[in-house]
Design a protein around this ligand. Structure first.
Ligand SMILES: Cc1cc2nc3c(=O)[nH]c(=O)nc-3n(C[C@H](O)[C@H](O)[C@H](O)COP(=O)(O)O)c2cc1C
Length: 168
């Protein structure tokens, strides 16, 4: 069975909770949680497919642990690997930088050869700007636990169903 690696910080409470929901939605799949805080450049190798999760912090930036991880994987080659990204953000308080981390990670890992999958429609969100938007859709799955927590389960379900068509 193909292996999925789910990378996020185990110490980031809301992100970790969402990651567990995503893992549950993939029930029956071989999916393993990896703490990005202790991952290295070899951590990707045993996986066929990757899912990365990151909240956006500091007005449109990555959380520290992702920021510190990227230099360690500067030389990684992800050619041919499919990568899906989910993010947490707050569209009411950070409308100009909503879930920017998704876009930052997508740009970085696309430059390493990864194929970004798991796009998501803009409908239902209300914000002004986001690095996660490309060609009028999100490049990954944005979730807003502050303002739209009730929509999270449905969004995850829809996103994971679309990923199952990619992760075959
Ligand atoms: C200081 C601070 C800065 C933030 N900056 C942003 C931001 O620029 N864009 C955004 O969408 N959300 C932003 N947020 C919201 C967080 O991404 C959101 O609360 C998220 O759920 C936190 O998840 P975590 O607890 O797993 O880190 C910010 C939150 C804080 C406290």
């Amino acid at each position: 069975m193909k292996k999925i690696g789910l990378f996020y910080s185990f110490n980031s409470a809301k992100t970790a909770k969402i990651a567990e929901k995503i893992k549950s939605a993939f029930s029956g799949y071989d999916i393993q949680n990896i703490n990005v805080e202790i991952a290295d450049e070899n951590s990707f190798k045993s996986f066929d497919y990757l899912i990365f999760g990151a909240a956006t912090w500091f007005d449109g930036e990555l959380p520290n642990y992702w920021d510190e991880y990227l230099p360690a994987v500067e030389d990684v080659d992800l050619s041919g690997k499919k990568l899906a990204i989910f993010g947490l953000g707050d569209q009411l308080n950070y409308p100009e930088n909503f879930c920017d981390a998704i876009g930052i990670l997508a740009d970085f890992f696309e430059a390493k050869g990864a194929e970004i999958v798991g796009k998501f429609p803009l409908e239902g969100y209300d914000f002004e700007g986001s690095k996660a938007v490309r060609n009028n859709e999100f490049i990954g799955l944005p979730l807003d636990q502050e303002n739209q927590a009730r929509m999270t389960n449905t969004r995850i379900e829809k996103w994971v169903e679309s990923l199952k068509l990619e992760f075959i």
